[in-house]
Design a protein. Structure first.
Length: 405
């Protein structure tokens, strides 16, 4: 029957049900056969005698109405039929949601998802779920997931690549409901791990935390060592893959720039790249070689009358283009600085080139004066981890031989 427009049974809220069709009693007549026909005497045993004339006269009177049932009988019929209809309706609603049981096999999770990502996404990021380091609890799992094309790199170091590189992330999974996964959304790559430990020095850094599940980065001597997974009752340690501890710059330096100068201007400025005096050093918390230089150009400066004169500056070659980080000094200006100096003259006092580590990593350049004359310039680099690196440069590379410590 239709629930919106019932034809047979109407629901009476909080009372019961009512039949919409008229109700009548139908008495089935038994089939008359010779074998089953009772004797005539039995048929008229309880009826009054009739005359022959009465027996031959047809009766035209209407038959007597069927006996009325007690009201209670109708009520029980209504309740019984209504209950049957209600049971059928509930069964119809429940049946589509049930799946036929698989003989001998438990129902498997959707293989198209893993930790909230589809199989297509895993292929795109080159994620091998079998290699994930996960801490599994009674109902959940979380931990380090790596992929060969997972880290979204930026232009923080050199130029960005066309696509992502090797990276990792912390994933939170639900084995019973693989569509409901969650990840930290902050890709872990070489640069981020190095930078994080450079800020922390030693100890643990929270990488991700969700519903009592925490992933820590363990730093020792400013270096990333391992990742620790913890819950209230469980703990697991994940080693860092070599790809996350390998120097992998985003790309190559800009071919149009060299230590903060445009390459097409070098000849005009009288700069000979081969004679540039450079300090190259390593910092284990950084992702590449650190470069500091004294750059001299025969025509890099001008006199008051506009005549080109030679001068130099302190530059670094970090990032995509590098930068000029000091004033320009001619030979006469350097000599005047030494005239009134008893010791070294700082040309670049405390240049902090990495804000995340403060004064623990900086460049310096000083003019070394001897008897009022400026014979050389001392370059120095203080790494976050390790000893200070130094290098000595002549004022004019074209006339003096470069000195090394």
């Amino acid at each position: 029957d239709s629930s919106e427009a019932p034809e047979y049974i109407e629901t009476i809220p909080k009372k019961g049900y009512r039949l919409l069709k008229s109700v009548s009693q139908v008495v089935a007549e038994p089939a008359a056969t010779a074998a089953q026909a009772p004797p005539a005497a039995d048929a008229t045993e309880d009826t009054p005698a009739t005359t022959a004339a009465e027996a031959l006269t047809p009766k035209t009177a209407s038959p007597s109405p069927p006996p009325r049932l007690p009201k209670r009988t109708y009520w029980l019929a209504f309740v019984g039929i209504g209950g049957l209809v209600l049971a059928l309706a509930i069964g119809y609603l429940i049946a589509p949601a049930e799946k036929p049981p698989t003989a001998g096999k438990a129902e498997l999770p959707d293989p198209g998802y893993w930790c909230g990502i589809t199989a297509q996404q895993r292929t795109k990021l080159a994620i091998d779920s079998q290699q994930a380091c996960l801490l599994k609890t009674e109902s959940r799992a979380f931990g380090l997931v790596t992929g060969e094309r997972m880290a979204a790199l930026s232009d923080a170091y050199y130029l960005p690549l066309d696509g992502p590189e090797y990276g990792a992330d912390i994933f939170f999974c639900d084995p019973q409901h693989p569509k409901q996964g969650k990840k930290a959304n902050e890709p872990l790559n070489f640069a981020r791990l190095k930078r994080s430990c450079a800020e922390q020095r030693n100890g643990r850094i929270v990488l991700a935390d969700w519903k009592g599940q925490t992933a820590y980065l363990d730093c020792r001597n400013d270096q990333p060592k391992q990742i620790e997974l913890e819950t209230a009752q469980h703990r697991k340690t994940c080693s860092l893959p070599g790809e996350l501890l390998t120097n992998r710059p985003n790309g190559l330096p800009s071919p149009e720039n060299w230590f903060g100068l445009k390459r097409d201007q070098l000849q005009t400025l009288g700069i000979d790249i081969r004679q540039s005096c450079r300090l190259e050093a390593q910092d284990p918390t950084w992702i590449g070689t650190v470069e500091l230089a004294w750059i001299w150009g025969e025509k890099q400066c001008q006199n008051i009358d506009g005549t080109p004169v030679g001068c130099g500056s302190v530059n670094h070659g970090m990032g995509a283009a590098g930068a000029v980080i000091s004033d320009y000094y001619s030979a006469s200006q350097l000599e005047s600085l030494c005239n009134n100096a008893d010791g070294p003259v700082e040309l670049l006092p405390a240049y902090h080139w990495r804000n995340e580590v403060g004064d623990r990593s900086h460049f310096s350049a000083s003019l070394r004066c001897e008897q009022g004359q400026p014979p050389r310039i001392q370059l120095a680099f203080q790494p976050v981890v390790g000893e200070t690196a130094e290098h000595t440069c002549p004022i004019v590379p074209s006339t003096q031989t470069e000195e090394k410590p």
